[in-house]
Design a binder for this molecule. Structure first.
Ligand code: 2NL
Length: 372
C-alpha cells in the first residue's frame, strides 16, 4: 500500500518522480473499488483531514520544503489535491467497478420492473369548496355569472358603499379584522379583511350596468373566537339580481328553487323579517328540516339540527336598499333587485352532519378523506 515518503531532495526531477508514484497509486486504488464501503475507505484514505494522503503531502512535502522550493511544491500539492478530488468523485458514480452483482450501490441503482409503482394518493375537493361549487352551479344554471374579488378590502367597499355610515354602530356586528398601520389614510381607504363578499357586488355594479345577475363565492374573515360553530375564516356565497321590475316574489321563487335543488325537492321555505343595512326589507330564510322532515323528531329522539322546531335558518336576504344604488350610479327609480348571502361552511355542516366547523380547517386527512 502506498504511503507518502519524506523527500530528501526538492529538485524538479525529484518532485516529478514523487508525484508520478503518488498518481500511479491513486489510479490503481481507484480502479480496485467494487463496493460503496470500499469507496468510502478510499475517500477517507486520500481525503481525511487527519492522516489522509493529502494532509500528509501537505505536512511532509510542503511544510518541509526549503523556502526557495515552497512555490514549486505548493503548486504541485494544489494540482494533486484537484486530481485526488476528481478521482474520488469519479469513483463514486461509477458502479462499473467489478460486476454489478457484488456492488450494493449498483443493486440499488438498478430498476426492478416487477415492483408495484409509487402510488400517489389522489386528492379530492374539500367539502366546503364542493358545497360552494354546488351552490354556485344552481345559480349558473339560472343564468347568473360568477364574480370574485379581493379578500383584503377597503373600508369603502366593505362598509360605506353597503350603507354602513362611518362610525355607525351597525359596523360592530361584523367583528371586523382590521389591517394595522392604516391611520394615516382617509377612513374609506383603510384596509381590512372583508367580512362578507358583498364588496365584490359593489365592484361589479361599478363596472356593469343593469341587468346584473351574479353569484360571488369566497373567503371572509371575522374576529370570532373559534368553537364548534365559529371560525375566524369561513366561506360565503352571495348573490345579486338587479333589473327593471324585480320584486320580492322573484327573490322568494329563486331562493325556494335553489333550496329544492340543494336539499331535495320536498323541502319548504319560510321567510321571517330581519335587518341588514344593505337590504330593505330584509329577511331570514328558513328551510324545513331535511333531517327530520319538519317533524322536529327523529323517532323518539329530539332532532338536533333544527332544535326540534322543524326549520333550519339557512340564509339572509332582502331587496337591495336604494341607498346602495346611489354609490354605484344606478337609478333607484328605474331599477330594483334582490340579494342574499349564505355561509357555505354552515351548509356543508348541515349537509354532511359534521359536528365541528374546526374539522374543515385543521387539515386532518382522515377527516377530509371521507368526502373523496
Ligand atoms: C347573511 C346575509 C346577505 C346580502 C347579503 C347584498 C349585497 C349588496 C347589496 C345588498 Cl351589494 N345585499 N348582500 C344581502 C342580504 C343578506 O347576507 O346572513 N349572510 C351569511
Amino acid at each position: 500500500m502506498y504511503s507518502v515518503p519524506k523527500l530528501k531532495s526538492f529538485t524538479e526531477a525529484a518532485l516529478d518522480k514523487a508525484v508520478e508514484k503518488l498518481l500511479a497509486a491513486l489510479k490503481e486504488e481507484a480502479s480496485a473499488i467494487k463496493t460503496e464501503a470500499e469507496w468510502k475507505t478510499f475517500r477517507d484514505r486520500w481525503m481525511a483531514r487527519k492522516n489522509g494522503v493529502l494532509t500528509e503531502i501537505n505536512d511532509l512535502w510542503l511544510k518541509a520544503a526549503p523556502k526557495e522550493a515552497k512555490r514549486e511544491v505548493g503548486q504541485r500539492v494544489n494540482q494533486l489535491k484537484a486530481l485526488v478530488e476528481e478521482a474520488v468523485a469519479k469513483a463514486e458514480d461509477l458502479p462499473a467497478h467489478g460486476s454489478a452483482a457484488d456492488s450494493p450501490k449498483a443493486a440499488t441503482d438498478s430498476l426492478d420492473v416487477t415492483l408495484p409503482g409509487n402510488r400517489r394518493p389522489l386528492g379530492s375537493e374539500h367539502p366546503v369548496i364542493k358545497t360552494m361549487h354546488e351552490i354556485v352551479s344552481v345559480f349558473r344554471n339560472l343564468g347568473y355569472s360568477v364574480e370574485e374579488g379581493p379578500v383584503i378590502e377597503t373600508d369603502y367597499y366593505n362598509f360605506e358603499a353597503l350603507n354602513f355610515p362611518p362610525n355607525h354602530p351597525a359596523r360592530d356586528t361584523q367583528d371586523t379584522l382590521f389591517i394595522s398601520n392604516q391611520e394615516s389614510k382617509p377612513q374609506r381607504e383603510r384596509l381590512l379583511l372583508r367580512t362578507h363578499t358583498s364588496p365584490v357586488q359593489i365592484r361589479t355594479m361599478e363596472k356593469m350596468k343593469p341587468p346584473v345577475r351574479i353569484v360571488i363565492p369566497g373567503k371572509v374573515h371575522r374576529n370570532d373566537p373559534p368553537d364548534a360553530s365559529h371560525s375566524p375564516m369561513f366561506h360565503q356565497v352571495e348573490g345579486l339580481a338587479v333589473d327593471t321590475n324585480i320584486t320580492f316574489c322573484d327573490l322568494k321563487g329563486t331562493l325556494d328553487h335553489a333550496m329544492k335543488v340543494l336539499f331535495g325537492s320536498s323541502v319548504k321555505t319560510s321567510f321571517r323579517p330581519s335587518f341588514f343595512p344593505f337590504t330593505e326589507p330584509s329577511a331570514e330564510m328558513m328551510v324545513s328540516c331535511f333531517i327530520c322532515g319538519g317533524s322536529g323528531k327523529r323517532g323518539s329522539e329530539p332532532c338536533r339540527p333544527c332544535k326540534q322546531t322543524g326549520w333550519i335558518e339557512i340564509l339572509g336576504c332582502g331587496m337591495v336598499d336604494p341607498n346602495v344604488y346611489g354609490f354605484v350610479d344606478y337609478d333607484p327609480k328605474k331599477v330594483s333587485g334582490f340579494a342574499f348571502g349564505m355561509g357555505a361552511d354552515r351548509i356543508a355542516i348541515l349537509k354532511y352532519g359534521v359536528d365541528d366547523i374546526q374539522l374543515f380547517f385543521n387539515g386532518d386527512v382522515r377527516f377530509l378523506e371521507q368526502f373523496g
